[in-house]
Design a binder for this molecule. Structure first.
Ligand SMILES: [Fe+2]
Length: 298
């Protein structure tokens, strides 16, 4: 068996609005569109990923929140109706997905070897969180590749941003080792947004783009700085500045997905590809890909 590899890692944020806007058959509500630039970014990402043969998608989601350690989906299939608790008017999505249980078990083992508290989630009636579903849909709407889904633990909240980042880098290393030993070609998705200060009042027409804009100039400046670091291969600096970014931009990076991804990619020093950036209810969302085989040192 040849060694497995991470074929690409993607920052793949999960606003339900992006699925709502496209009216796929799985989602009940109907819309008139909206958030086009971000959706075009995902379109371009999907075209780019067609060059890769992918055996499994591994996703870390901010919206599967676990109190005791990190959990990993561990049943062969899940199906159900996913309703966004904040936006039930936009997202009532019928999902069916399969899980690579063997790889999930390996990530649990490797994570534990790194000292991370890990559990396999083996309840077949479990309702998969909408962050996992939305990121996977936006990258691969057919759901024709098995996934491994990883929860976000409370370390950032219980022990601080430095401790959280430290743990996520360890979980990323563990994920990489499990993939390499599996012989599989994996696509990794970090499901979080960047800045995350948002509106508290929804417009009457949700997809009215005259109402959509970044909430605060400081949030925009932080997002552009973080994206510039990724574009220029300065992910080590990004990790160093991450605790400030989390606090000053109320960033969804506080759930750890991006740090996990950077750990799995061995903290890239090569440029990332920016597929798109845009605000959704004022939050900053960037679709960004790392392609290790194309990577060159910045
Ligand atoms: Fe979110």
């Amino acid at each position: 068996m040849s060694q497995g590899q991470i074929v690409a890692g993607v920052l793949a944020p999960h606003p339900p609005h992006l699925i709502y806007a496209e009216n796929p058959p799985q989602n009940e509500p109907r819309s008139q569109g909206g958030w086009d630039v971000l959706r075009w970014g995902y379109e371009r990402l999907r075209r780019d990923l067609k060059d890769h043969a992918i055996d499994v998608i591994v996703v870390h989601s901010p919206h599967w929140k676990t109190v005791t350690g990190t959990h990993v989906l561990g049943c062969p299939e899940f199906s159900g109706l996913s309703v966004d608790p904040i936006f039930p008017n936009l997202f009532r999505y019928h999902y069916e997905l399969t899980v690579d249980v063997e790889l999930a078990q390996a990530i649990v083992r490797e994570g534990a070897a790194e000292g991370v508290v890990m559990s396999l989630m083996e309840n077949p009636d479990f309702r998969v969180d909408y962050g996992t579903i939305i990121s996977c849909h936006l990258v691969r709407p057919a759901f024709d590749i098995p996934i491994v889904a990883i929860s976000s633990a409370r370390t950032f909240y219980d022990f601080g941003n430095d401790a959280g980042t430290h743990e996520m880098l360890a979980l990323g290393r563990a994920t990489r080792r499990a993939i390499e030993a599996s012989g599989k070609r994996a696509l990794l998705l970090a499901s979080n947004s960047l800045s995350h200060r948002h509106f508290v009042k929804e417009p009457e027409v949700v997809e009215d783009m005259s109402r959509e804009h970044i909430y605060h100039h400081g949030q925009y400046l932080w997002d552009m700085h973080v994206i510039e670091l990724m574009k220029t291969g300065r992910c080590k600096q990004l990790l160093d500045e991450m605790p400030d970014f989390i606090e000053q931009a109320t960033s969804e990076c506080k759930e750890g997905s991006l740090q996990w991804l950077l750990g799995a990619l061995e903290v890239p020093d090569y440029p990332a590809e920016v597929y798109g950036y845009g605000s959704v209810i004022g939050t900053g969302n960037a679709v960004i890909g790392w392609h290790p085989a194309r990577g060159v040192s910045a």
